[in-house]
Design a protein around this ligand. Sequence first.
Ligand code: ZN
Length: 129
Amino acid sequence: MQLKELFSTIDPNKFTSKFSAEERCLEFLANEKWDKGFVCKKCGHTNYCKGKTHFSRRCTRCKSDESATAHTPFHGCKIPITIAFQMAYQICIQPDISSYRLAEEHDIRQMTCWKLKKKISECLTQNPD
Ligand SMILES: [Zn+2]
């Protein structure tokens, strides 16, 4: 997932309103992740039905359910995804932003911000696959 490219197409003034709801963030991730179509990570099947959570997809063969956040830096995130999205955006446009500043701005524990920042930064420096 090329977060930097994705986020760079979004107008900074519209970012917060665009991703103000959890559903919009999940929808965005799902659209991006499966833009070339669904392929089950477990068995390679390409047919799916709706999964358990918002925008998740369930393989119709092996029944494995993949959430919209799985295999993205937002997986297992302990803070609301809307805030995680905002932080990711800030990190994209300002990679040297400190986790202390993010913590203060969003009123989130610094260690949580540090962990998210690490994941986002790894994603930003990854080579395209
Ligand atoms: Zn499957």
